[in-house]
Design a protein around this ligand. Structure first.
Ligand code: SF4
Length: 225
C-alpha cells in the first residue's frame, strides 16, 4: 500500500530540491557532503545539542522533539519548540500550566529576494501538521536564519496559504511514495540546478555509482558462497 510508506519530514525538502536526489538518498542510500551540507549539519548539531534549551517566565524552549502525524504518515525531529504560557492554550504532558506552541526551524542562509525559501517553509508546514496533530492545537511557525540572525514568521494562519501548502505536501508525498514503492530513480529534471548538490559525483558518475545497498548485497552473497 502506497500510504503505508512512512516519510521523514527531512526527505520532503530533498524531494522538492530534486526528485532524483531524494531517490538516490532513499533508494540507493548514496550520501556525500559538500560545504552547504557541512554548514547546515554544524548548525543543526549546535541546535540539537540541547545547549539552547531553557525555561523562563516567558517560555520554555526544547530542542529535538520527535513529532508525527498518522493521517499524513510523516514524522520528524524538530529543531526547537517553544511553549508559551497562555491561559487559552493546551496542556502538555510533564509541564504545568497551559501553553501556545511555537515551532522554530534553524536554517543557515536567508534568501536574498524573498522572505523565506519555499523549501524551508514546507518543512515547517510538515512539522506544524505533526505538532497540531499531537497537541490538538494551531501552532505558530518561524524560521530562524542564522546568517541574518533573524526569525521570520510563516503565515500559516492565512487559510489560503495553509491550503496551498497542504495541497503541495499531499502531492509531494504521493509522488515520493510512488518513487519508493516502484524503487525507481527518476531522471534529472530539465530545469534542475545542480551546482550546490553534494551528490553531483554520484549522479553524473562516469564510473559505476557506488551504492551502499549494492555493496551490502554483494557482501551477503560472498558470505553465503
Ligand atoms: S546532481 Fe543535480 S540531478 Fe543529480 S541529484 Fe543533484 S541536483 Fe539532482
Amino acid at each position: 500500500m502506497i500510504d503505508e510508506q512512512t516519510i521523514n519530514i527531512r526527505a520532503i525538502q530533498h524531494y522538492m530540491y530534486c526528485p532524483r536526489r531524494f531517490a538516490l538518498l532513499e533508494i540507493n542510500n548514496d550520501w556525500a557532503e559538500n560545504a552547504f551540507v557541512v554548514k547546515a549539519n554544524l548548525l543543526h548539531e549546535r541546535v540539537h545539542s540541547g545547549e539552547h534549551d531553557f525555561k523562563s517566565k516567558e517560555k520554555t524552549a526544547k530542542s529535538s522533539i520527535a513529532v508525527y502525524n498518522d493521517d499524513y504518515n510523516i514524522f520528524g525531529i524538530t529543531d526547537c519548540i517553544e511553549f508559551i504560557p497562555n491561559k487559552n492554550g493546551i496542556f502538555i504532558d510533564g509541564m504545568e500550566g497551559a501553553f501556545k506552541v511555537r515551532i522554530v526551524e534553524y536554517k543557515p542562509k536567508a534568501p536574498k529576494d524573498q522572505k523565506y525559501h519555499e523549501s524551508d517553509s514546507i518543512q515547517l508546514f510538515a512539522q506544524k501538521l505533526c505538532a497540531d496533530y499531537i497537541w490538538k492545537t494551531d501552532s505558530e511557525a518561524f524560521i530562524y536564519y542564522a546568517d541574518i540572525k533573524r526569525r521570520v514568521k510563516i503565515p500559516f494562519d492565512d487559510k489560503e496559504i495553509s491550503d496551498y501548502y497542504d495541497n503541495m505536501i499531499k502531492d509531494f508525498l504521493n509522488e515520493m511514495r510512488n518513487i519508493l514503492v516502484t524503487n525507481s530513480i527518476p531522471p534529472r529534471r530539465k530545469s534542475q540546478k545542480c551546482s550546490g548538490c553534494s551528490l553531483h559525483d554520484y549522479c553524473f558518475s562516469k564510473v559505476k555509482t557506488y551504492s551502499v545497498k549494492e555493496k551490502i548485497k554483494a557482501l551477503a552473497k560472498t558470505e553465503v558462497e
